[in-house]
Design a protein around this ligand. Structure first.
Ligand SMILES: [Ca+2]
Ligand SMILES: [Ca+2]
Ligand SMILES: [Ca+2]
Length: 183
C-alpha cells in the first residue's frame, strides 16, 4: 500500500511537472533561470537549496521549482517568489540594469511627492509572484501570471518571510535567500 501511494505520488508529481512544462516551456521567449542560495540563506539553514525558474518575459509568466536540499523551513516562515528590478542605488543579484525612468510621469509626480519619488527610484522594485507551495520532501513550487510583460525585471528572488504572511503582513520582501539573474 505504501509503495502504491509512493508510486501515485511520483506519478502526480510527474503529471504536475508535465503540465507545467506544457504551459511554461516551449514557445519562444521562455528563459531558464538557475537559482542559487544567497549568503543570507545560511541564517535559516537553506544554504544547500537548488532550483530553477522559467520566465516567459513577453507572456508574463513565472514558474519556480525549488528543492531545499534536505532542510526544513524554520517554524512560522513561508517562502515567497519575486521578480526584481534594481533601483538607482543598486539591488539584488548585482549587475541587473535599473529600469527607472521619468517616461511614465508626464502627467504628474508619482506619489504626488518628488522626495518620495526619488527614494522609490533609489530602491529596488520587487513584484511578488506569490507564496511557494510545499509539495513534500523539501520541495516547493510557485507559479504566477500577469497581463503585462516582465521585460524590466532582472532577477528572480525567493525570500523567507518570517511573519509567514499572516494577517496584515508586510507585503514588501523579507530576507532574500535564493536568487537567479534573468538573462
Ligand atoms: Ca518612473
Ligand atoms: Ca531592469
Ligand atoms: Ca514581507
Amino acid at each position: 500500500m505504501r509503495t502504491r501511494q509512493t508510486v501515485m505520488s511520483v506519478l502526480s508529481l510527474l503529471i504536475v511537472l508535465g503540465i507545467a512544462g506544457t504551459v511554461f516551456a516551449g514557445k519562444g521567449g521562455t528563459v531558464v533561470v538557475p537559482l542559487s542560495p544567497t549568503p543570507l540563506a545560511a541564517n535559516a539553514g537553506l544554504q544547500d537549496s537548488t532550483g530553477t525558474a522559467w520566465v516567459q518575459v513577453d507572456r508574463g509568466t513565472v514558474f519556480i521549482d525549488l528543492d531545499l536540499g534536505g532542510a526544513d523551513l524554520p517554524a512560522g516562515t513561508a517562502l515567497e517568489g519575486w521578480v526584481v528590478d534594481p533601483g538607482l542605488q543598486g539591488g539584488p543579484g548585482g549587475p541587473g540594469l535599473s529600469s527607472v525612468s521619468d517616461a511614465d510621469e508626464i502627467f504628474g509626480t508619482p506619489f504626488g511627492d518628488a522626495n518620495i519619488d526619488a527614494l522609490v527610484d533609489d530602491a529596488a522594485y520587487a513584484l511578488s509572484t506569490g507564496l511557494l507551495v510545499r509539495l513534500g520532501n523539501g520541495h516547493y513550487q510557485g507559479r504566477f501570471a500577469i497581463d503585462n510583460n516582465l521585460s524590466p525585471y532582472d532577477a528572480v528572488v525567493i525570500t523567507l518571510e518570517s511573519d509567514a504572511n499572516g494577517h496584515n503582513y508586510d507585503p514588501r520582501p523579507g530576507t532574500p535567500v535564493i536568487v537567479g539573474l534573468i538573462p
